[in-house]
Design a protein around this ligand. Structure first.
Ligand code: PEP
Ligand code: MG
Length: 327
């Protein structure tokens, strides 16, 4: 089976009824570029940029960041690379920096990601300039994590516009039409996706956080891990809503949480209209395999049926049966 998987991975990601699907890679470090190419990903759908910040207690300079982002953009050009701005805090505080990251009782609901960046705009600006400069070397997109509503998006975009005029006035090259999108991973963003869409070039759904916040299940607490249900009806209804609002605004809608890399869930997500799945590179062959073994018509029927059901466990069983019948 393993060798069948790897063989199919050389083929395009197209369903049996001819619908192309975009399969992208999640990475954390520039040296993963080779892995992205080896696994035949269509690009990077999520570049988590925390690594440079977590690998030392020092905040990396604009130049250090630029070199890292440039290496990825250049190494994968002309394929797109979605660079996510800092998502520090929560489960990822920077060590040795209690003044930047004071201890919190509820880190997942705390001073994290875009909230941190909007308060520490010096750090945010350095990163945005580094990403913009890298955009001159490939196809770069910017993505904000943990957006919870339109005001945050507008504030982040204002800082970005400022960084752009700064570079422009200094004659530093960058992609002036760089696409900018939001992660949809906070329920309030999902609920107001129609308000976010006009100011986004794309949506990328972070199911890891979205599920934990919808269900109030800490994603890293083993005691309640069995209650963390990607097929919970509330999750599926939320996904459907995000896709509908994204598509109404003519945006591409991706999923970049763990759910995207599970071949049991991939047909359900694609059947709901998700345009692109982004996952750890080693998962790409098994997701591509099921994409090539199914029709989009069947995946749509699966999603429609799942949305009529009321038991997360039965929905999971249905997805699993769909998968087993095709591999
Ligand atoms: C997510 O929340 O699904 C996601 C992709 O982001 P992270 O796992 O880095 O929080
Ligand atoms: Mg997240």
């Amino acid at each position: 089976f393993e060798s069948r998987l790897l063989k199919a991975n050389q083929e395009p990601a197209v369903t049996l009824d001819g619908v192309p699907v975009t399969l992208m890679a999640n990475i954390e470090k520039p040296d993963e570029v080779k892995l992205v190419r080896d696994y035949n990903a269509a690009g990077v759908g999520l570049y988590r940029t925390e690594y440079l910040f977590l690998s030392s207690s020092r905040v990396p300079s604009e130049q250090e960041q630029f070199l890292a982002y440039k290496a990825v953009a250049e190494g994968l050009a002309p394929n797109p690379v979605v660079i996510r701005t800092l998502d520090l805090g929560g489960d990822k505080p920077m060590a040795g920096n209690p003044e930047l990251f004071p201890k919190e009782d509820n880190p997942f609901m705390g001073f994290r990601a875009i909230r941190f960046c909007l308060e520490h705009q010096d750090i945010f600006r350095d990163q945005l300039r580094a990403i913009l400069m890298a955009s001159a070397y490939g196809k770069v997109k910017i993505m904000y994590p943990m957006i919870s509503g339109h005001e945050e998006l507008a504030r982040a975009n204002a800082v970005l516009a400022d960084c752009m005029s700064d570079l422009k006035s200094r004659g530093v090259p960058f992609d002036e039409n760089i696409p900018v999108g939001a992660m949809i991973e906070v329920p309030s963003a999902a609920e107001t996706a129609d308000l976010l869409a006009p100011d986004c070039a794309f949506f990328s759904i972070g199911t890891n956080d979205l599920i934990q916040y919808i269900l109030a299940i800490d994603r890293v607490n083993d005691r309640i891990a069995h209650l963390y249900e990607p097929t919970h009806c509330a999750v599926l209804r939320t996904l459907r809503r995000i896709v509908a609002e994204g598509h109404r605004g003519k945006l591409e809608v991706s999923v970049c949480g763990e759910m995207a890399g599970d071949p049991v869930y991939a047909p359900l997500l694609l059947g709901m209209g998700i345009d692109c799945l982004s996952m750890a590179p080693p998962w790409i062959p098994s997701v591509k395999y099921i994409v090539r073994a199914m029709t989009m018509a069947d995946a749509r029927a699966l999603a429609e049926e799942a949305l009529q059901m009321n038991s997360p466990r039965e929905i999971y069983a249905k997805c699993e049966a769909f998968y087993r019948a095709r591999v």
